[in-house]
Design a protein around this ligand. Sequence first.
Ligand code: ASP
Length: 292
Amino acid sequence: MAHALKSASRRLPAVQVHGGAGWRLRAIPKALPGCRDAVMAAWEILRHGGSALDAAEAAVIVLEDNPVFNAGTGSVLNADGRIELDASIMDGTGMRAGAVAAVQRIRNPVSLARRLLEDGHPLMLVGDGAVRYARDVGIARCSEASLVVPRQLRRWQHAAGTVGAVAVDLQGRVAAATSTGGSSGKLPGRVGDSPLIGCGTYAAPPGAASCTGAGEAIIRVVMGKSAVDLLQGGASPQTAAARVIAQLARVTGAQAGVIVADRYGRLGHAHNSQAMPVCLVSGVRGRFVTDS
Ligand code: ASP
């Protein structure tokens, strides 16, 4: 036990981000600098003793603000040519969570979800109700035009770049956050896995997970919670990630990706799509790794 704790403390803190499972391999160099910026923003918080929750939110804000990704600015358009955003965030320690779905004209949906987490009730708001809540708590609306980038107008049919983060702080507390514009050309009102606690995002004392890919399939296998349950059963984050992706492929035939962290600062990720940009930093010396 003492040995386990000692080796764990060498791995703490830790953070890992993904930039979505929908990328083509040749486009990955476009995604990695943004993932690196996000992971470094979170790392700065963690190495100064900040919380996993603050770090996960900070990483996702950086990714939402980067037009390369399908979250916040740069999100895909729905069938009506509008942007509807989904996001969620969860703190593993108290298992508190907040989520928003199908919200319009909010620059950082993850921060709106965080606000719901802090308020404690309700956990999730959608559409106009979420926007009204944002106004009441002083989160300004942005113009829809400021979220649209020419690339998404051109590529109406191809979604890539949902974003997510898992973080572990120096105290071994974990958190996860996920944000997306959803699937390109989606029906207005369609909600995928990303804002659903247990599906796209999950955190509990043993660990945290953030998912990306075919939302309807991820929901059916409750992928985020399935990954964290495997940690509880003794699996490593890498084994848990690989197993839930294998299960999703077997049950649904769909493509997805997942990043996983456990409370000891161990990190893992897996995907069965062509590519998924991932950046992580862990350990007292801040070992930095990218993958796709
Ligand atoms: N999972 C997201 C959704 O279905 C999309 C993605 O991750 O690419 O809304």
